[in-house]
Every structure is written in C-alpha cells, then in structure tokens.
Design a protein around this ligand. Sequence first.
Ligand code: ARG
Length: 482
Amino acid sequence: MSNKMWGGRFAEAPDAIMEEINASIGFDQRLYRQDIAGSKAHATMLAATGILTQTDRDAILAGLDEVLAEIEGGQFKFSRALEDIHMNVESRLREKIGDAAGRLHTARSRNDQVATDFRLYVRDYIDTLVGQVRGLQLALVDRAEDEAETIMPGFTHLQNAQPVTFGHHLLAYVEMLGRDAGRLEDARKRLNENPLGSAALAGTPYPIDRTMTTEALGFDRPTANSLDAVSDRDFILETLAAASICAMHLSRFAEEMVIWSSAQFGFVKLSDKFTTGSSIMPQKRNPDAAELVRAKIGRILGALTSLLVVMKGLPLAYSKDMQEDKEVAFDALDALSLSLAAMTGMVKDMMPNRERMHASASAGFSTATDVADWLVRELNIPFRDAHHITGQIVSLAEQKNCGLEGLTIEDFKLIDHRIDSRIHKVITVEASVAARKSYGGTAPANVLEQAARWKSALTGEQHEARALKARKHGGHGDGGVE
Ligand code: ARG
C-alpha cells in the first residue's frame, strides 16, 4: 500500500489530501522531454564511469525512448500517486525493462533532477521568447520605415508637446525590446550550469563524471556547490524579472494602441483579426487583444512576487516549498509568449490614419518651441527671453482662435518687431521634425538610419540563430532538450 518509490519505511499509504497537496504531476508533466534527456545523459555517464553495465544502459536508453514516444503519442497514463514527472517516467521504465530501471537513480536525487529539468526547460523557453521579441522588433522596424515621415503629436503628460514622427515612436519600442532580449540572454548565461550530480544535497560517493553530463545536456559547466545547486532558483527568478519588465513595455504599448484606436484619437485602426465586436452595440470595435496584453503584466509580475516570497527565508538546501516554483512560472512564460505573439500580429495589421495624426500634431501650438529656438538662432535673443516672447505669441493666437501658422507677419511684429517672415517656415510640423536631426532625434532621416541599423542587426541575428540551431541538431544526437 505504501509508495513503491520511497515507501520502504511506511506502513500506510498517504491520505488522499496528502496526495493532492503533494503531487506536482498535474503541471510538471511539461518537463517530460527535459526529464528524459537528463536521464539519458545520466545513464550514459553511469555506464562510461563503470557504475552501470553496458547492458543495463542500453535497456535504459531504449526504454526511455519508448516512454518518450508514449508521452508524445498521448498514450502515457500519468499517475498522481507517483507524484511527479520524475517518478512517473521511472516507474513506467520499470514496467518496460524491469530491474535495470531501478539502477538509473544511482548517484542522483530528485532534487538535482528537478533543478536540471527546470533549467533546461527555462533555457529553451528563453530561446523561444528571445526569438519572439526579435520578431516583434522586426515587425516594428518594418512599420517604422513606412512611417518615417508620418507626423504625429509627441506627448508629455499626455498633452501635445512637440511633433514627432510615427516611425520614431515605433522605434522607441524597438529599443525597449532590445534591452528585454538582452536581459533574457543575460539570464540564460548564468542559468546554463549543470546541477546534475549534486544528488540530494551533498554530492555523491560514486565516481561520476559531471563534465560528461554537462556536455551532453549543452550546459557550459557543472555547478560548483551541491547545496546551492539543489536549492537555487535564481535562474527562474531572473527570467521572470526580465519577463516582467518586458511585459511592462508591452503593457505601455498596448495602452497606446487602446488610446490611438479610440474615436477621439483615431490615429490607428486595428484589424478585424485583433479586435472584437459588442453583442449589443453594433458600431463597436473593441481592442480586446491590446487590453489583454495591457493586463498580462499582472500575472507575470505576480509570478515573480510569488516565487520571491516562496524562496525568502528558506533554509538550505531543498525544501518542498520549492515545488511551488513551476505553476506560476509556466503560467507567466506562457502569458508573455502569447502577449508577444498578439502584439506582433497587431503591429503588422494596424492601419495608421496619417491625416488624423498630422492634424492632431498641428493642434495645441506644438511648434512653439521651434519659434523660441528660431528667435535664439536668428535674432540672438537669450533662450529665457525667447521663451517669454513665444508665450505672448501663443497667447495672441489663442485670442485669435487660430494656430501659430494662422498668425500674419503683422501679428508677430506686434509682439516683437524684430521678427520677420522667415518665421513662417519654421512653424510647420514638417519643419519641426525635420530639424530634429540630433543623434537619437525624431527627424525622418534619423528614423530611416536607425531602422536600417536595427534591420541589419536583427536579420544578422536571425541567420546566426538558424545556424546555431542547425549545429545543435547535428551535435546533440538525442535533441531531447531542444
Ligand atoms: N516534484 C518535486 C519538485 O518539483 C521534485 C523534487 C522532489 N524532491 C524531494 N525531495 N521530494 O520540487
């Protein structure tokens, strides 16, 4: 009646509630590929070091392949009584190959096993996410090129501030996403150490070769402290921190999509594919996808918070508390992945309304700074005074109920007689954005330059990623950790 895997000293089976609170198979079955790849690397190493016979190794490897095929074919029956993915796989292996299966767990523990599996899983997920981030960047760069000359209002405090180009606005997100990809890649570098062989917490007396499993599983090096290795979850915390920042960026962008697509703004129209209708108001087109992307940060940051709280105050080494790492992490990574996909779709499909943006950019005296700058540049007036004079010009336009371009040269001279007709050239929104050629500024020429820089960086990276993938497939025969 007691557990077959560890129940030697137990007379009774666990209570039903115990089984329910203890089991992780409901969610950790996701780790099956990593678990089997780890077991294959371990068995191969055990045989190479003489801990396991070649015959047992061959039986184990062949059996594990069969188990993998069963899981992938959907025939595998996961059992809650067997708690987790590790014991589910091993128990099925035993049914298939008999006693040799019992030797697989020599010189390891579920503690180093789960640390290994989860690292491999997160590593793969990071690669997926980085690829998605790069895809979204590329979509944004494409749109930025088309919209390099499109003029929209730039905001501070969500008030019209100065005209900017829509392409420049889109490229701002390309920069943010570039840092997001960098943070994920950075987390991956520290993550890529092999805990396998740390055993339960203290290492093992068997003459194992950790370099061998390290190479087989594509890790950079073995972890150097067994206590740390089985109780460390920094790798997922770092990934969730990077994911939270990325989700925050997506949330800001999503919010802009929501605002821009409202009737009041009308800057962009979102496609049918990424909006929904209302069951009562026939005219409606709701930006649901953008709204949901705006919200996903909640659960992603929630996962980071939840896991930090789980880990705080835990004594070394492994405690079962740490089993709480996976559900929230899976949910958060899935949410980010889905958000990136939805955002990419929306960006590719969105239809900007250039006329609306242009009209809105001209409103609110948005080129007042250009007037002040002209007074400084052409009339050598100190900026503070120029600022004051321009304020009076704005006030006059307000009284006359027109924009700055509606003022005549006589109007300008009324405020300051030194002003001449050249002023008319600088108060257009076109002149305003074209003038902002300082590095990183909004001028259309800059946008095209930055877009080109990103494009070559991103397409170069895609080539590299494909080449790396091809090499990985060639190098690691079992491909189990792809
Ligand atoms: N299911 C466990 C987890 O996810 C695996 C490790 C169990 N280790 C143990 N000593 N009970 O953390």
